[in-house]
Design a protein. Sequence first.
Lengths: 114, 113
Amino acid sequence: AQSVTQPDIHITVSEGASLELRCNYSYGATPYLFWYVQSPGQGLQLLLKYFSGDTLVQGIKGFEAEFKRSQSSFNLRKPSVHWSDAAEYFCAVGAVDNFNKFYFGSGTKLNVKP
Amino acid sequence: DAGVTQSPTHLIKTRGQQVTLRCSPKSGHDTVSWYQQALGQGPQFIFQYYEEEERQRGNFPDRFSGHQFPNYSSELNVNALLLGDSALYLCASSLTGLNTEAFFGQGTRLTVV
């Protein structure tokens, strides 16, 4: 069965510091992988997605993620965090039989210290 | 383009009541999916509608039902509400096919008391 694990519930980083959010997935074939961001009271916004090809994926707002098949991971990174990045981040895998059916992780809440 | 719009934004209901949530998809999108996001959790897939039919369903009881209209808008109905149904309900619209992006609405916050 498909599943996603985000091991970090909360992360706090200082503004300007680098960020890495972890995501591990369970999937039998090549997965469709996504990172979404949710600000308080808001819906989900797509940051980036991986379908195939280059394993380093660039997204919006300066985020990138790297697909590592050997580690079943799809970690999200940003070299320099801004205060506006404070939000909750969700990793998701798309179902093999339905591209827009997502299995989400439980999320990582990011706090940014001034 | 207004994107995905959901109504109402907030709702308070009593146990045992029934509720209807509404979703208007992004212009041009023909597929609507519904998710339940409990507090502190990631969204969970309820079901998906395409061409006015339920295409897939997640692990939710029959109390959860839906509908899609010819204009692709959708409703989520929940009968016999339980306290555990309190959650943010998210609607996502997409264009059927591979390599398309799903857009999420802001959600409806349902509180069951």
